[in-house]
Design a protein around this ligand. Structure first.
Ligand code: ATP
Ligand code: MG
Length: 342
């Protein structure tokens, strides 16, 4: 296997809260290869956005505590990179971001065009590395404008000039998300973090946007970290899926194996909870734990029908089942999934 573009190793992140320290990411391990589209899947509150924000270096400074681990991107530990360097050379350049709600990411009082050109001033591939008072000369503006119009066509917004003259509220939700994809690609990044990019859209538009995101990323060889609570969405676009439960990654596998041969008891339950014609939806008994007082060992053990005393004593190590399929469970041998998930 080649070298990962991004490697999150042993990452521990907590938040100071009135109830004490919420241990939100508990020694998380996670890799993305160049050009790979990886789904980070888990229920609300499992830490997907926290992981995305840690990678982007935008965790809230007053409350977040990174107490262990590293985030290696192109060979550099981003946790050691200066804030200035991160802001001018990494975030929005090498790693770009597609938010959940594009409307709140645009400023309502400026046209889309002026906001995209402001982005290009700082983040275009031709922009010089950090200069506080940079001139944006005409020839660079012209070549950047051409780039923008080309990319708007790529994301299937054909009347680019017309779109650029509009205000954010004058285009539809789906068009705004297409704009977000274009804006994420414009700096020619190596990786895009898309944090639940389609949850604000209706289902048919969701499918179009996911397909578009996959097509443009594959064409350009850009890696995508796609967070979602929606396994169906992950199935649509991901090469690989990593499942998180309450701040711990529990299983990671290529999509084909993940959906046909899941091994972790939580993954199996999660797949069973998908709506299906064949049978009734099955929920997962019990509740997501509080992260200020998280269960010891494997955090899923209080809800796991396979749990043994060992599961509360220590966190299962990472086991490599076969090529790229990893699992953190002491009892996977005793978990039967074949008849349960079909
Ligand atoms: N600034 C903060 N201060 C305290 N706790 C926080 C903060 N941000 C997140 N948390 C807590 O961290 C946990 C993980 O939150 P996070 O937003 O990462 O989850 P998520 O998986 O993205 O959920 P969702 O699917 O709802 O977006 C939650 O319990 C949340 O309450
Ligand atoms: Mg989130």
């Amino acid at each position: 296997m080649g070298k990962a573009l991004l490697s999150v190793d042993n990452l521990e992140v907590g938040f100071e809260t009135d109830q004490g320290l919420a241990r939100v990411l508990d020694h998380v391990n996670f890799d993305i290869m160049p050009g790979e589209i990886v789904g980070l899947v888990g229920e609300s509150g499992c830490g997907k956005t926290t992981l995305a924000r840690a990678i982007l270096g935008v965790l809230p400074q007053n409350s977040a505590r990174i107490s262990a681990g590293s985030i290696t991107f192109q060979g550099r530990n981003l946790l050691d990179v200066s804030k200035k360097d991160l802001a001018s050379n990494v975030r929005g350049k090498l790693i770009s971001f597609i938010p959940q709600d594009p409307l709140s990411s645009f400023n309502p009082v400026f046209t889309i065009g002026s906001q995209i050109m402001e982005l290009m001033k700082w983040k275009s591939p031709d922009a010089p590395a950090s200069k506080p008072f940079m001139r944006y000369n005409k020839s660079r503006q012209d070549s950047d404008k051409k780039r923008v119009l080309d990319l708007l066509k790529t994301v299937q917004l054909p009347d680019g000039e017309g779109v650029l003259r509009k205000y954010p509220h004058e285009v539809s939700g789906g068009q705004r998300q297409r704009l977000m994809i274009a804006m994420a690609l414009l700096p020619e990044p190596r990786m895009i973090i898309a944090d639940e990019p389609t949850t604000a859209l209706d289902v048919t538009i969701q499918a179009q946007i996911l397909k578009l995101l996959r097509t443009v990323s594959v064409e350009r060889g850009v890696s995508v970290l796609f967070t979602t609570h929606d396994l169906g969405a992950a199935y649509e676009i991901c090469d690989k899926v990593t499942v998180m439960y309450a701040g711990q990654e529990v299983e990671s596998a290529p999509s084909s194996k993940f959906f046909s041969n899941p091994k972790h008891p939580y993954t199996i339950k999660l797949l069973q909870s998908l709506p299906s014609h064949a049978k009734d939806i099955q929920g997962i008994p019990g509740q997501i734990p509080s992260l200020t007082n998280a269960p010891t060992g494997c955090r899923f053990h209080p809800r796991c029908s396979n749990a043994t005393p060992k599961c509360s004593g220590e966190r299962p190590p990472i086991t490599l089942l076969d090529n790229e399929h990893t699992l953190r469970c002491f009892n996977s041998d005793t978990v039967s999934n074949s008849e349960e998930t079909t």
